[in-house]
Design a protein around this ligand. Structure first.
Ligand SMILES: [Zn+2]
Ligand SMILES: [Zn+2]
Length: 262
């Protein structure tokens, strides 16, 4: 199984100062086979810094891709905030550039965000989690311009609840619908290792959800750290590979120009 980090942010994201070269050096030091930069683009982020300077992004990363070609495979992707209030702009944005890989993530639901916004205001944990999974389902049904769903379970990082964790059993039918929709559309799912900080044992989502995705017939899995600093590049990647292997997965998926590599 190849070691990949397919979710990394740099100075091209509004919430990171990281130098892409330092990410690459860290990935090589850890022996990763392939990485993909996935800086942010959201169309309704409350702090309004999630614009992406696409020409500068491609220029710098393409040069690094060439410079490091004999040491590590580098892909250029994007993490797009799936947001039903901005569907046409999102699709036009993705189609305007030759991204290798697109992560679709739910960061904003009808103008409210989980950290800066008031998404949780007046909602019990059950109401908030139900709303999150319902919106995730709507987004994966409505959008086609992404390759994998980003950090499913991300909602559990936030919220004013003593125990923020998602009760997957409670939302199993919604989660199944999300997974079935992804599979039907040829989309994958990532394990986002930033979840280890919250879960202790596993990423976003946990391995039971991955197991379910596989049981339902899913075949497209990536691993991403969501690193915003270079020290986190590759974090828990080998751990996730061990879990994937245990679940019978022979390899992760990689992408070029939004098509799965064979
Ligand atoms: Zn994200
Ligand atoms: Zn991210």
């Amino acid at each position: 199984m190849r070691a990949i980090d397919y979710h990394m942010h740099t100075k091209f994201s509004g919430d990171s100062e990281a130098d892409p070269r330092a990410h690459i050096e860290q990935a090589i030091a850890l022996g990763l086979d392939e990485i993909c930069f996935t800086d942010h683009r959201d169309f309704d982020y409350p702090i309004d810094t999630f614009a992406l300077d696409t020409p500068a992004y491609f220029q710098e990363l393409t040069a690094l891709q060439k410079e490091y070609a004999d040491r590590i495979k580098i892909k250029i992707g994007v993490e797009i905030g799936l947001d039903l209030d901005h569907k046409e702009e999102i699709e036009a944005f993705i189609n305007a550039s030759p991204y290798d890989f697109v992560i679709g993530s739910i960061h904003v639901i009808h103008h409210t965000e989980f950290y800066y916004g008031d998404f949780f205001h007046g909602k019990s944990k059950d109401q908030a989690h139900e709303a999150f999974f319902k919106e995730t389902l709507k987004c994966v049904q409505a959008f086609d311009c992404f390759n994998v769903l980003g950090h499913m379970d991300y909602i559990m990082r936030y919220g004013p609840y003593v125990d923020k964790r998602v009760d997957h059993g409670k939302w199993q039918s919604l989660i199944d619908e999300i997974l079935k929709t992804l599979i039907k559309k040829g989309k994958g799912i990532e394990v986002n290792t930033s979840g280890y900080k919250v879960n202790g044992c596993c990423g976003f989502p946990n391995f039971d959800v991955i197991k379910r995705y596989l049981q339902l017939g899913g075949t497209i899995l990536t691993i991403g750290t969501d690193a915003h600093t270079s020290d986190r590049v590759g974090e828990h990647v080998y751990d996730v590979m061990g879990h994937y292997a245990h679940l019978g997965v022979s390899d992760v998926s990689t992408f070029t120009k939004r098509v799965k590599d064979s």
